[in-house]
Design a protein around this ligand. Structure first.
Ligand SMILES: Cc1cc2nc3c(=O)[nH]c(=O)nc-3n(C[C@H](O)[C@H](O)[C@H](O)COP(=O)(O)OP(=O)(O)OC[C@H]3O[C@@H](n4cnc5c(N)ncnc54)[C@H](O)[C@@H]3O)c2cc1C
Length: 447
């Protein structure tokens, strides 16, 4: 028998958004404002009815690109009220020293928020938007890109529903991407070498206006101040295939706690319930995805993690997903035709999605390793160039988190800066770091 909940709301929808994670509600609001009715299908139960903190990653960072979208949707003030500003990250090195890296040269902040609070706010906003219908516990099992149509489960019933346009906001395990792959697209799916586990802890001596991290070679501990309590939300990242027994393979909380104490003794001393937390919280992995095709005519399109899930350390996955949606809508406005708009969106975003995934992976490598004197010299020369010519050289993080410059242009500029720093080092060796300004400037090619 057909599930009665299934019948009315879904049939005949023009636009279906698959996935109500972070990008889905944003896409639904934008599209409903232009095209009327939008149906959102989410495989999980409504997170607003589930106790907080059971999902993935406690905190997310909202930066410039994300704010632009939230402002356009009229949600900026509401989101700012549940965020905490952070002006720098503070690295706590094993020798007891601390390294402060401002997020931007003018000390502008990025903003941290508990993911579940932001998610709830976005879902509430989508639900309040005329035309948006949110449907939870509706997994999309298959996508027919030709029709287009979606095979949806509700309870024990499964049914094909037709629509005009499918927006794939269904994250790293995307059913929409799987349908594109079935029709010849190539995807790359891999898993970061790291596993991570979240730990809530008290860090009374840590400044709450900073993000804190403790690098330990193949491991990293990062912590953000929680916005709804005086505690910090920490994540311990460990190599899955590290020296035996590897962290993720350590089957119980006690074994993981022993490893934690070995690697982060100073932190462990301040977490009285370390073993209990490590025994009860899930060990998560980070999936990375790419796909060479993001669209199928004017019928289906991928957005967010479904086409570019990345390493989390740049804090750009969601910001990039929001920018995807904005770009897609701008293309629809400009082209006035779904097929041309999807093609224009793919042309505009594909290289950027790949670029920010590359940048994020590189940033993770930089943050997780201990300082290496060879890299330090290159880093120091690059820093001097940035300080010497601030309008010419902008730090990569700043380009990504504080501007709307395309990620691929930002990556190309960073590569040019690094190449220049390497050339100066080859020419002058370790003395390069202390070259007089004029001599350093002479290396910089005219534009
Ligand atoms: C540890 C960690 C920290 C991070 N920190 C940041 C940060 O600070 N800043 C930042 O910008 N980004 C961050 N990210 C990345 C960010 O979480 C993602 O980029 C973002 O969630 C992508 O949004 P999305 O909507 O594309 O995917 P998701 O948020 O994953 O949503 C996908 C949704 O689709 C649903 N779904 C999947 N398959 C189906 C199906 N077949 N049918 C129906 N529904 C389906 C899922 O249940 C889910 O709700 C972090 C990620 C991790 C892992």
């Amino acid at each position: 028998m057909q599930d009665p909940r299934m019948a009315a709301p879904v049939t005949g929808s023009g636009v279906v958004v698959v996935g109500a994670g972070l990008a889905g509600p944003v896409a639904a609001i934008y599209l409903a404002r232009r095209f009327g009715r939008v149906t959102v299908l989410e495989r999980h139960a409504d997170p607003r009815h589930i106790p907080a903190g059971q999902g993935r990653s406690l905190m997310v960072i909202v930066s410039h690109r994300g704010w632009r979208v939230l402002r356009e949707l009229g949600l900026e003030d509401a989101v700012r009220r549940i965020c905490v500003p952070l002006t720098a990250r503070c690295g706590h090195l094993p020798d007891g020293s601390a390294v402060l890296t401002p997020y931007s040269r003018d000390r502008a902040p990025i903003w941290a928020v508990e993911r579940h609070r932001l998610h709830r706010l976005l879902l509430d906003a989508a639900e309040a938007e005329p035309g948006v219908g949110l449907h939870f516990e509706r997994p999309v099992l298959a996508v027919d890109l030709q029709a287009p149509a979606l095979l949806v489960r509700a309870g024990t019933a499964e049914r094909w529903i037709s629509c005009r346009h499918v927006i794939g906001c269904d994250g790293v395990h995307s059913a929409v991407r799987a349908a594109l792959v079935e029709r010849g697209a190539h995807e790359q799916v891999s898993t970061l070498e790291l596993a991570y586990q979240e730990i809530v802890l008290d860090l009374p001596s840590c400044d709450r206006g900073l993000m804190h991290y403790w690098p330990a070679g193949d491991a990293l501990f990062g912590a953000f101040p929680l916005t709804s309590s005086p505690l910090f939300a920490g994540s311990v990242f460990f190599r899955k295939d590290g020296p035996a027994p590897s962290y993720a393979a350590a089957v119980n909380g006690r074994a993981r706690a022993r490893q934690f104490v070995d690697v982060f003794p100073s932190l462990a001393a301040g977490i009285p319930d370390l073993e209990e937390q490590l025994a009860t919280k899930p060990v998560s992995t980070v999936r990375l995805t790419r796909c060479d095709t993001w669209t199928s005519g004017g019928r289906a399109v991928l957005v967010g993690d479904s086409c570019h899930a990345m390493a989390p350390f740049m804090g750009q996955g969601m910001n990039c997903a929001f920018e995807d949606v904005r770009t897609l809508v701008a293309c629809l406005d400009q082209e006035g035709d779904w097929r041309r708009a999807f093609a224009a969106y793919e042309r505009s975003r594909k290289t950027d999605g790949d670029a920010i995934a590359d940048i994020s992976y590189q940033h993770y490598r930089t943050m997780s390793r201990l300082p290496d004197p060879r890299d330090e010299a290159e880093e120091a020369v690059a820093r001097r160039l940035v300080a010497l010519m601030p309008n010419r050289f902008v730090p990569l993080y700043e380009r990504c988190a504080f501007s709307e410059e395309s990620y691929s242009a930002a990556l190309a500029e960073e590569r040019r800066l690094r190449e220049l720093a390497r050339r100066i080092l080859i020419r002058h060796g370790s003395a390069a770091v202390d070259l007089p300004d004029q001599q350093l400037r002479a290396f910089v090619p005219a534009r």
